[in-house]
Every structure is written in C-alpha cells, then in structure tokens.
Ligand binder design. Sequence first.
Ligand code: NAD
Ligand code: UDP
Ligand code: UDP
Length: 315
Amino acid sequence: MKKKRVLITGGSGFLGSHLCERLLSMGREVICVDNFFTGSKRNILHLLDDPYFEVIRHDVTFPLYIEVDEIYNLACPASPIHYQHDPVQTTKTSVHGAINMLGLAKRVKAKIFQASTSEVYGDPEVHPQPESYWGNVNPNGLRACYDEGKRCAETLFFDYNRQHGLNIKVGRIFNTYGPRMAMDDGRVVSNFVVQALKGEDITIYGTGEQTRSFCYVDDLVDGIVRFMEDTPDDFIGPMNLGNPGEFTIRELAETVIEQVGSTSKIAYKPLPSDDPLQRKPDITLAKRTIGWEPQIDIVTGLASTIDFFKGYLKA
Ligand code: NAD
Ligand code: UDP
Ligand code: UDP
C-alpha cells in the first residue's frame, strides 16, 4: 500500500521534531519544512538516514507547491523572546503561512492541522479555559504579534472550511515541555532546568504567583495525532490540548531545584508586559471526543527533560 505523505511545517522545532518522529514510526512518509529560525538540524539529525524522511529549507510566508496527503502546520516561533525578536515576521508567519498552507491543502485536497495556542485566550477572565471562551487579548501589546497572528490563522482555517469545504483540525496547545526545547529560547521550563543544572540563579519574573499548566511533549503529540487520525471530518475543533495540572511559577522553580538537587537560589526579575496571570485548559472536549488526557506527571516529565539538558550541557 502507498504510504501516506505528510507535510510538517516547523518540523525541525521542539514539537515538530517529535511529531516527525512519531509519524515516521507510524509508517508515514514525512516531509519537514522549516526555515530554521528557532528549529535546529540537531533535532532531526537522527531522522536523516530514514529514506521516508525529507527536509526542505523554506519559509512558509512564501508559496510552496508540493504533493501531500496531510499537513500539520506548526511553523511559528513559540517563545516570547523569539516571537518578539521580529514581530512583523511572526504575524506574517502565522497569517501568510496559514494562507499558503491552506491554499496548498485546497489544491491537493489534504487534511490540515493548525497548531493554535492557549494564547488565543490572552490573559483569561474565565478559569479554566474552555474552547467556548473568546479570550482577553491586547491587540497592540508585545505579545499581540503572536496572539493575534494565531487568532487570525484560526479565522482563516474556519473560513477555508466554510468557504471551500477544507478538512481542517484546529488544536489549541497549552504550555508543553520536554527534551529538545531550545536551551536559549527563554521558556520557563528550559530556563529553570538549565539554571538549576548550572547552579545559577533561578529567574522568576514577577512574584511567581502566576500559574501555568505544563504538558509533557509525548502526551501532546498523542493528542495531536489522535485528533488528526481518529475524529470524523465534521469534528474540526477548536480543541484544547494540554495538561490541566496547574502550578504557580514559584512552585515550578522549587520543584526543579529539588529534582536537580541544585544549590541555585531564586532571583526575582520584572514581569514582562501582558504576561497572563493564570492558565489551565478545560480538556473535557478532548476527553470526550478522542478519549485523551495526559498520562505523564510533572515529576516524570521533568526527569527526562533534566536528563536531556544534562546531556546537552556535557556535549
Ligand atoms: P519552536 O520554535 O521549537 O518550533 C517552531 C518551528 O517553526 C521552528 O523549527 C522554526 O524554525 C520554524 N519556523 C518559524 N518560522 C518559520 C517560517 N516562517 N517558515 C518555516 N518555518 C518556520 O516551537 P514549538 O514549541 O515546537 O512550537 C511549534 C508550534 O506549536 C508553534 O506553531 C507554536 O505556536 C505552537 N505551540 C507551542 C506551544 C508550546 O508550549 N511548545 C504552545 C502553544 C502552541
Ligand atoms: N499556494 C501554495 N501552494 C499551493 C497552492 C496555493 O503555496 O499548492 C498559496 C498561493 O500563494 C496562494 C495561497 O496559497 O496565494 C492561497 O491559495 P488559494 O487557492 O486559496 O487562493 P488564491 O490566492 O490562489 O486565489
Ligand atoms: N517565566 C519566569 N522566568 C523565566 C521564564 C519565564 O518566571 O525565566 C515566567 C513567565 O513570565 C510566564 C511563565 O513563566 O509567567 C511562562 O513563561 P513562558 O515564556 O514559558 O510561556 P508563556 O508565558 O508563553 O506561557
């Protein structure tokens, strides 16, 4: 039987590289498209010998003409320091990138997944966040290039579905962590683990009372693949994918220090603007439709993340 050919944009990034690996292991032919802005060849080095894996250096803000059966659209820097580095390019990546990938999906009649985000809820006034909540986003703040870009991408996905009958799946991903997070990308889990391993101060922004809910990458990839593979065409989302276990950032810092056995002290730094106060997914819909809920607790997930960064720092 002919293998299904799957395009993964952002395939050399943190989540993308795990998704490439998973789909190859499921017998798919995988094409990874990436401009390597925040992704790394190191993330996909171990896949390069697989004859069914292919890499294209390409920026999704430009058109792409290839023949595929399915598309996972993950291209977009995800950490605040990277998406705020060139905010205009960030919005272009979400919006022009979505238009190009939707245009491609329309031409080749491919099913297409969009990596949307909990950031569409902004600084939420409803807690935990169900998919029905429309969000509280500052349209012109420092996070807007990412948040509004992703919101507009959702709009485009739903309009291509309504207007052109495209087979879409929109997943709203909450904070995810694990091996292959970039060491320098400023996200809280990678920062804390690396700081703890180096014995440097753990930098808490603000009081550390703000909360996040952290999902281990293997759980998240399970959720994405099940959404794509196991739901009927008329189930298009948006669907939250995340771990409802909620922690304050200070609790996370203390857990990391303890698990690493580190001598690091906590140092408080200013809170970046528009930093959401709380975030926790309501995953009732995912439980009901794909029978999915995260299996890996924070201690287990942190252990393998710590091992990864230990290896990275030694290399
Ligand atoms: P990442 O930065 O590791 O990966 C993003 C990838 O996209 C990188 O490989 C980068 O080089 C590539 N990319 C960026 N701009 C591009 C462009 N114009 N053309 C082609 N490639 C481009 O981030 P990640 O954590 O793996 O996130 C992947 C996706 O999931 C993103 O769309 C992100 O918004 C979404 N997401 C992630 C999280 C999370 O916690 N990790 C949460 C919500 C949503
Ligand atoms: N596109 C692409 N690959 C394709 C088909 C389309 O990159 O295989 C891009 C193309 O640049 C186009 C965009 O997707 O502008 C949207 O395509 P659509 O067919 O929806 O609209 P068009 O602008 O062509 O009318
Ligand atoms: N954060 C922190 N110290 C760091 C990095 C991040 O206290 O070194 C905080 C940040 O202000 C935010 C939370 O941790 O409140 C999560 O930040 P991250 O950038 O990982 O994700 P996002 O804010 O996009 O959810």
